[in-house]
Design a protein around this ligand. Structure first.
Ligand code: CA
Length: 229
Protein backbone atom coordinates (compact mmCIF):
# COMPACT_ATOMS: atom_id res chain seq x y z
CA UNK A 1 0.00 0.00 0.00
CA UNK A 2 1.34 3.40 -0.90
CA UNK A 3 1.55 5.66 2.08
CA UNK A 4 -0.19 8.88 1.13
CA UNK A 5 0.57 12.19 2.79
CA UNK A 6 -0.49 13.12 6.27
CA UNK A 7 -3.70 14.83 7.13
CA UNK A 8 -2.69 17.56 9.53
CA UNK A 9 -5.00 19.85 11.46
CA UNK A 10 -3.40 23.17 12.38
CA UNK A 11 -5.05 25.24 15.10
CA UNK A 12 -3.31 28.58 14.94
CA UNK A 13 -4.69 32.11 15.12
CA UNK A 14 -1.89 33.79 13.16
CA UNK A 15 -3.13 33.96 9.58
CA UNK A 16 0.40 34.62 8.34
CA UNK A 17 1.63 31.42 9.98
CA UNK A 18 -1.39 29.53 8.63
CA UNK A 19 -0.46 30.62 5.10
CA UNK A 20 3.17 29.59 5.58
CA UNK A 21 2.18 26.19 6.94
CA UNK A 22 -0.38 25.60 4.18
CA UNK A 23 2.36 26.05 1.58
CA UNK A 24 4.81 23.97 3.58
CA UNK A 25 2.54 20.96 4.05
CA UNK A 26 1.10 21.03 0.55
CA UNK A 27 4.50 21.28 -1.12
CA UNK A 28 5.46 18.06 0.72
CA UNK A 29 2.38 16.12 -0.28
CA UNK A 30 0.46 16.52 2.97
CA UNK A 31 -2.99 17.95 3.48
CA UNK A 32 -3.58 20.64 6.06
CA UNK A 33 -6.84 21.92 7.50
CA UNK A 34 -6.93 25.03 9.62
CA UNK A 35 -8.83 26.50 12.51
CA UNK A 36 -8.11 29.91 14.00
CA UNK A 37 -9.66 29.40 17.42
CA UNK A 38 -9.56 26.68 20.02
CA UNK A 39 -13.23 25.77 20.11
CA UNK A 40 -13.45 25.23 16.37
CA UNK A 41 -10.15 23.37 16.36
CA UNK A 42 -11.34 20.99 19.07
CA UNK A 43 -14.56 20.30 17.20
CA UNK A 44 -12.71 19.54 13.97
CA UNK A 45 -10.23 17.26 15.78
CA UNK A 46 -13.09 15.32 17.37
CA UNK A 47 -15.20 15.11 14.19
CA UNK A 48 -12.40 14.01 11.90
CA UNK A 49 -9.34 12.96 13.89
CA UNK A 50 -6.25 14.07 11.93
CA UNK A 51 -2.98 12.14 11.68
CA UNK A 52 -1.36 14.97 13.63
CA UNK A 53 -2.79 17.99 15.42
CA UNK A 54 -0.51 21.04 15.38
CA UNK A 55 -1.82 23.15 18.23
CA UNK A 56 -0.85 26.67 19.16
CA UNK A 57 -0.71 27.36 22.89
CA UNK A 58 -2.10 30.92 22.83
CA UNK A 59 -5.49 30.85 21.11
CA UNK A 60 -8.77 32.75 21.29
CA UNK A 61 -11.76 30.78 22.57
CA UNK A 62 -10.08 27.84 24.27
CA UNK A 63 -6.32 28.00 24.72
CA UNK A 64 -4.10 25.16 23.52
CA UNK A 65 -3.88 23.50 26.93
CA UNK A 66 -7.67 23.37 27.29
CA UNK A 67 -8.06 22.06 23.73
CA UNK A 68 -5.55 19.33 24.45
CA UNK A 69 -7.19 18.32 27.74
CA UNK A 70 -10.66 18.25 26.21
CA UNK A 71 -9.41 16.24 23.27
CA UNK A 72 -7.78 13.66 25.54
CA UNK A 73 -10.92 13.41 27.62
CA UNK A 74 -13.35 13.12 24.72
CA UNK A 75 -11.60 11.54 21.72
CA UNK A 76 -12.04 7.80 21.35
CA UNK A 77 -8.53 7.40 20.06
CA UNK A 78 -5.13 8.97 20.49
CA UNK A 79 -4.63 11.99 18.24
CA UNK A 80 -0.93 12.92 18.27
CA UNK A 81 -0.57 16.54 19.41
CA UNK A 82 2.37 18.79 18.59
CA UNK A 83 2.10 21.94 20.69
CA UNK A 84 3.49 25.23 19.41
CA UNK A 85 4.59 27.73 21.98
CA UNK A 86 6.15 31.15 21.73
CA UNK A 87 7.22 30.94 25.32
CA UNK A 88 10.32 28.91 25.89
CA UNK A 89 9.60 28.34 29.54
CA UNK A 90 9.97 24.96 31.19
CA UNK A 91 6.71 25.53 33.06
CA UNK A 92 4.79 25.89 29.80
CA UNK A 93 6.28 22.72 28.39
CA UNK A 94 5.47 20.75 31.50
CA UNK A 95 1.93 22.09 31.44
CA UNK A 96 1.69 21.03 27.83
CA UNK A 97 2.75 17.49 28.67
CA UNK A 98 0.38 17.42 31.63
CA UNK A 99 -2.40 18.40 29.26
CA UNK A 100 -1.47 15.47 27.05
CA UNK A 101 0.69 16.96 24.29
CA UNK A 102 3.04 14.45 22.66
CA UNK A 103 5.66 16.92 21.55
CA UNK A 104 6.25 20.65 21.35
CA UNK A 105 8.09 23.18 19.24
CA UNK A 106 9.14 26.64 20.32
CA UNK A 107 8.43 29.49 17.92
CA UNK A 108 10.13 30.50 15.74
CA UNK A 109 10.81 27.04 14.31
CA UNK A 110 12.04 25.81 10.94
CA UNK A 111 9.58 24.27 8.51
CA UNK A 112 11.83 21.24 8.09
CA UNK A 113 11.80 20.64 11.84
CA UNK A 114 8.01 20.89 12.01
CA UNK A 115 7.59 18.45 9.12
CA UNK A 116 10.03 15.97 10.62
CA UNK A 117 8.26 16.07 14.00
CA UNK A 118 4.84 15.61 12.38
CA UNK A 119 6.00 12.59 10.38
CA UNK A 120 7.68 11.06 13.45
CA UNK A 121 4.55 11.58 15.58
CA UNK A 122 2.24 10.06 13.00
CA UNK A 123 4.49 7.01 12.69
CA UNK A 124 4.57 6.42 16.40
CA UNK A 125 0.81 6.60 16.67
CA UNK A 126 -0.25 5.10 13.37
CA UNK A 127 -3.80 3.79 13.46
CA UNK A 128 -3.91 0.03 13.74
CA UNK A 129 -0.53 -0.10 15.40
CA UNK A 130 -1.74 2.12 18.17
CA UNK A 131 -0.93 -0.44 20.84
CA UNK A 132 2.67 -0.96 19.80
CA UNK A 133 5.35 1.64 20.34
CA UNK A 134 8.37 0.82 18.20
CA UNK A 135 11.83 2.36 18.30
CA UNK A 136 14.48 0.39 16.46
CA UNK A 137 14.31 -3.20 17.73
CA UNK A 138 12.38 -2.12 20.82
CA UNK A 139 8.65 -2.93 20.86
CA UNK A 140 6.39 -1.90 23.71
CA UNK A 141 2.89 -3.34 23.73
CA UNK A 142 0.96 -0.60 25.49
CA UNK A 143 -2.03 -2.78 26.19
CA UNK A 144 -0.30 -5.76 27.77
CA UNK A 145 2.80 -3.96 29.00
CA UNK A 146 5.01 -6.58 27.32
CA UNK A 147 8.35 -5.21 26.15
CA UNK A 148 10.87 -6.83 23.88
CA UNK A 149 14.09 -5.80 22.29
CA UNK A 150 14.52 -7.92 19.18
CA UNK A 151 13.67 -11.46 20.28
CA UNK A 152 14.44 -10.89 23.93
CA UNK A 153 11.58 -10.18 26.36
CA UNK A 154 12.46 -7.60 28.99
CA UNK A 155 11.63 -8.21 32.63
CA UNK A 156 10.67 -4.75 33.86
CA UNK A 157 8.95 -3.75 37.04
CA UNK A 158 6.11 -1.23 36.95
CA UNK A 159 8.40 1.78 37.38
CA UNK A 160 10.80 0.59 34.71
CA UNK A 161 7.94 0.12 32.28
CA UNK A 162 6.57 3.55 33.12
CA UNK A 163 9.94 5.21 32.52
CA UNK A 164 10.55 3.35 29.29
CA UNK A 165 7.11 4.22 27.94
CA UNK A 166 7.60 7.89 28.77
CA UNK A 167 10.98 7.90 27.04
CA UNK A 168 9.60 6.02 24.04
CA UNK A 169 6.67 8.39 23.71
CA UNK A 170 9.00 11.37 23.90
CA UNK A 171 11.43 9.88 21.36
CA UNK A 172 13.57 11.41 19.85
CA UNK A 173 13.37 14.14 22.46
CA UNK A 174 15.07 13.96 25.82
CA UNK A 175 13.16 14.02 29.07
CA UNK A 176 14.59 15.95 31.97
CA UNK A 177 15.04 14.33 35.35
CA UNK A 178 12.09 16.31 36.68
CA UNK A 179 9.88 15.16 33.80
CA UNK A 180 10.83 11.56 34.59
CA UNK A 181 10.18 12.10 38.27
CA UNK A 182 6.74 13.47 37.41
CA UNK A 183 6.07 10.43 35.26
CA UNK A 184 6.69 8.19 38.25
CA UNK A 185 5.37 10.17 41.16
CA UNK A 186 3.23 12.95 39.69
CA UNK A 187 3.35 16.04 41.84
CA UNK A 188 4.24 14.13 44.97
CA UNK A 189 7.93 14.46 45.63
CA UNK A 190 9.77 11.15 45.50
CA UNK A 191 11.16 9.55 48.71
CA UNK A 192 14.86 10.31 48.20
CA UNK A 193 16.61 9.78 44.86
CA UNK A 194 15.16 6.52 43.62
CA UNK A 195 15.00 7.77 40.02
CA UNK A 196 18.63 6.81 39.69
CA UNK A 197 17.87 3.32 40.95
CA UNK A 198 14.95 2.89 38.56
CA UNK A 199 17.06 4.11 35.64
CA UNK A 200 19.85 1.74 36.63
CA UNK A 201 17.46 -1.24 36.70
CA UNK A 202 15.90 -0.21 33.41
CA UNK A 203 19.29 0.14 31.75
CA UNK A 204 20.47 -3.23 33.04
CA UNK A 205 17.47 -4.89 31.43
CA UNK A 206 17.31 -2.83 28.24
CA UNK A 207 21.01 -2.54 27.45
CA UNK A 208 22.89 -5.64 28.58
CA UNK A 209 26.60 -5.86 27.70
CA UNK A 210 27.28 -6.43 24.02
CA UNK A 211 24.29 -4.59 22.55
CA UNK A 212 24.22 -1.03 21.33
CA UNK A 213 22.86 1.05 24.22
CA UNK A 214 19.47 2.68 23.67
CA UNK A 215 19.13 4.57 26.95
CA UNK A 216 21.31 7.65 26.71
CA UNK A 217 22.24 10.16 29.32
CA UNK A 218 22.23 13.62 27.73
CA UNK A 219 24.66 15.64 29.75
CA UNK A 220 23.00 18.55 31.53
CA UNK A 221 19.62 17.73 30.00
CA UNK A 222 18.32 14.34 31.04
CA UNK A 223 17.73 11.07 29.26
CA UNK A 224 16.61 9.96 25.84
CA UNK A 225 16.26 6.80 23.81
CA UNK A 226 18.38 6.21 20.76
CA UNK A 227 17.40 3.81 18.03
CA UNK A 228 19.66 0.81 17.53
CA UNK A 229 18.86 0.34 13.83
CA1 CA B 1 -1.36 32.34 19.03
Amino acid sequence: MTRSGLRVLVVEDSLALQATLATLFESHGHRADFAADGRRGLQLALDQPPDVLVLDLGLPGLDGLRVCRELRARADRHVPVLMLTARDAVADKLQGFDAGADDYLVKPFSGAELLARCVALSRRHRVGEANDLRIGSLVIDRRSGAVRRGDRMLALNQSGLHLLRALAEAYPRSLTRSELVRQLWGDESPPSDPLRTHLYLLRRELDPPGVSPMLRNVHGVGYRLETDL
